[in-house]
Structures are given as structure tokens and as C-alpha cells.
Design a protein around this ligand. Structure first.
Ligand code: JFZ
Length: 338
């Protein structure tokens, strides 16, 4: 383990990328601005499965340039990238034989976006990790759904009825979500897709699990076993709590105070504005000064900083994120090891 962790402990700074079909909705559904993270829009807006899947027919990121993305990370001094291979909406950003709900089969773009990213990372010496939502999946039948009230998303006139339904159906709001059991989803979608990710993209440095809603030890063990395909891989602590601690902790949107530190490795993940997935109307950007101070604070305490970018549906980083990455890069050239 010490050996597997070495590069990660020296890295200090990485890029998180939240990109998926939700970028295309950019925080709005049927003219309503939906609250909270842009990547949660399907759940918060209680968007029916058929409607959400229809939205992918407009997802065509023709301006996507993996080489440019990786160069921006590298120029900012980042040493690794973790990208959402599949977020809670179940949309695979890669060609998958386990589910048609993937970017190659469900969009006019028709191509895997992880392949070019893996190639660019290799070219520039940046490590690549995959975020994979192992439990929550709102589109592939049998996937879990966190219990969230409809009223938190927007003033939906049907909120009361939707909330009653989700309460009776483990957080699901559309009958299409429950035509399979979670066990079937784990065996037919989650495990096969994780195996695809660990087979088709060369070296995978990190598997970043998230939100273990309704996970059991049995499901977690099956996913953990799949990791044997990449003997050097490291993972975070969100596969299943307790019993599956992974290699490092993941404080979210906050930097631990000195007295909160123990001897566990940790990584603070953080957004540059207020959302992980792109939202057209979120303008609460942190300043370059704040971002650099955060990085220094985290590094001084022995942690890693995983700083998020939420690309648009056309496949570009928001201008503000590009500016910030360049600003950090300038500071790193003088003070860092970039
Ligand atoms: C999760 C996701 O639901 C979210 O969309 C995003 O991907 C983020 C990085 O992770 O959200 C969480 C997960 C854990 C906590 C808070 C938000 N937590 O432990 O406080």
C-alpha cells in the first residue's frame, strides 16, 4: 500500500471533472432553475426517465479537445485527473456493452470521450482516475436513488404526490427505475462497467466511488474484487460504510482544521463556483487568491486538493475556470514544482 500511495502523496493537486448529459440541461428544466448541483438535476427536478434520456439526443460536444483539457491541468500544476465516468444519472461517458445509456450509443456525438482523455494523460504524464457512481443510478433499472424531497428542487406543483411516491419506493420517482432489483443492477451494469473501465483505458490510477446509498457488503465486495484488474489502483472511502475504508478520506468542500487531522491520507474535493456539474447561471466563482490559499493550506497539512471543473455541453471548460487555472499556474511557476 505504501508503494501504491507514493505518487498520490507527492501529487498534492488534481483536477476533478464532472461532465455528463446534465451539462446539456445546464441547471434548467422546462424553464425552471433547479436547485443544488447541476449533476443532480434529474433527481432534484424529478425528471421522468424517458424525458431525461431524450435530452441526450441533444448532447453533442463537438468542441471537446482532450489534449487541451489535459494541458490546462498540467499548466496549472495538477498531477492527476479524476473524471466522472458515470455519475448518479447512470450515463456512461464511455462505450459500454452493459448499458445502451452511454455517450456512444445514446447521443448524436456517438463516441467514447474517455479514450482520448486517457491518451492525452499518457502523453503529458498525468495520472487518470475514474469517478464511478456504484450505487445511485437513476436510469439503469435497479440502481439506487437517494431520498430527496421534490420540494427542494423547484416549486413543482406535484411535489406532495411525488414525495409520497418516493417515500414508498426507496427514493425512486419513476416506475421505470424499479423494473430490476439492485442486485441485478450490480451484477449486470455496475460490475461489468467497472471492469470495462479497468480494461479499456490503460493504467487507471484511481477509482473514485461515491454515495453508497443502499449498498451492502456483498455488493461492495463484488466491486472491490473487480479492482484486481488494476493491481496499482487506489480508491477513496466512499464504496460502502463501514467495512470498506479504501485508501484515503474525502472531506468535501472543506479543509480540515489541524485538530481534525489523524494519520489517514485525505483529499479535499472542491468546486470553483457552487456546482459540480455545469450550471449556466452559477456565477459564484472563487478568486484565484482563494484557490491558491486553499492549495497551500491543504498541502501544508499533508492533504491533496482535487479542484473541480464542470465542462459545458459543447465540450469546453467555462471561461472562468480557464482563467482560474491559468492564474494558479502563474503562481505555481514561481512558487511550486510545476
Ligand atoms: C457527492 C455527489 O452526490 C455530488 O454530485 C458530487 O459528485 C460530489 C463530489 O459527491 O456528493 C456528496 C457526497 C458526500 C458528501 C457530500 C456530498 N459528504 O460526505 O459530505
Amino acid at each position: 500500500r505504501e508503494e501504491r500511495m507514493q505518487w498520490w502523496r507527492e501529487a498534492r493537486f488534481g483536477m476533478f471533472i464532472h461532465w455528463g448529459d446534465y451539462a446539456q440541461l445546464a441547471g434548467s428544466y422546462k424553464g425552471h432553475e433547479i436547485g443544488r448541483g447541476g449533476e443532480w438535476i434529474m433527481n432534484r427536478g424529478k425528471i421522468p426517465v424517458a424525458d431525461y434520456q431524450a435530452s441526450a439526443r441533444r448532447f453533442n460536444p463537438t468542441k471537446y479537445d482532450a489534449d487541451a483539457w489535459v494541458r490546462m491541468a498540467k499548466d496549472a500544476g495538477m498531477k492527476y485527473i479524476v473524471i466522472t465516468a458515470k455519475h448518479h444519472d447512470g450515463f456512461a461517458m464511455f462505450k459500454s456493452a452493459a448499458s445502451k445509456w452511454n455517450i456512444a450509443d445514446a447521443t448524436p456525438y456517438g463516441k467514447d470521450v474517455l479514450k482520448p482523455l486517457a491518451e492525452a494523460c499518457k502523453k503529458y504524464g498525468i495520472r487518470l482516475g475514474f469517478y464511478y457512481s456504484q450505487a445511485q443510478d437513476w436510469n439503469n433499472p435497479g440502481g439506487a436513488a437517494a431520498r430527496k424531497p421534490a420540494s427542494e428542487g423547484w416549486a413543482n406543483p406535484d411535489s406532495a404526490a411525488i414525495d409520497a411516491y418516493t417515500l414508498a419506493h426507496k427514493g425512486h420517482w419513476d416506475p421505470a427505475q424499479t423494473t430490476a432489483s439492485m442486485g441485478e443492477y450490480i451484477d449486470k451494469v455496475a460490475v461489468p462497467q467497472v471492469k470495462e473501465l479497468l480494461t479499456n483505458y490503460g493504467d487507471v490510477a484511481v477509482l473514485w466511488w461515491d454515495t453508497p446509498t443502499d449498498m451492502t457488503d456483498e455488493y461492495a465486495q463484488k466491486l472491490k474484487d473487480a479492482l484486481k484488474l488494476q493491481p496499482h489502483i487506489i480508491t477513496n472511502d466512499r464504496l460502502k460504510r463501514p467495512n470498506f475504508p479504501g485508501d484515503y478520506k474525502t472531506p468535501e468542500q472543506k479543509i480540515p482544521k489541524p485538530h481534525e487531522l489523524d494519520h489517514t491520507d485525505w483529499e479535499t474535493c472542491m468546486t470553483m463556483n457552487g456546482t459540480w456539474g455545469y450550471k449556466s447561471y452559477d456565477h459564484k466563482w472563487k478568486s484565484v487568491e482563494t484557490l491558491v490559499r486553499n492549495l497551500v493550506d491543504i498541502a501544508s497539512k499533508g492533504g491533496n486538493y482535487l479542484l473541480n471543473v464542470g465542462p459545458t455541453a459543447s465540450g469546453e471548460f467555462p471561461d472562468e475556470s480557464i482563467q482560474s487555472l491559468q492564474g494558479i499556474g502563474k503562481w505555481m511557476k514561481v512558487n511550486g514544482t510545476a
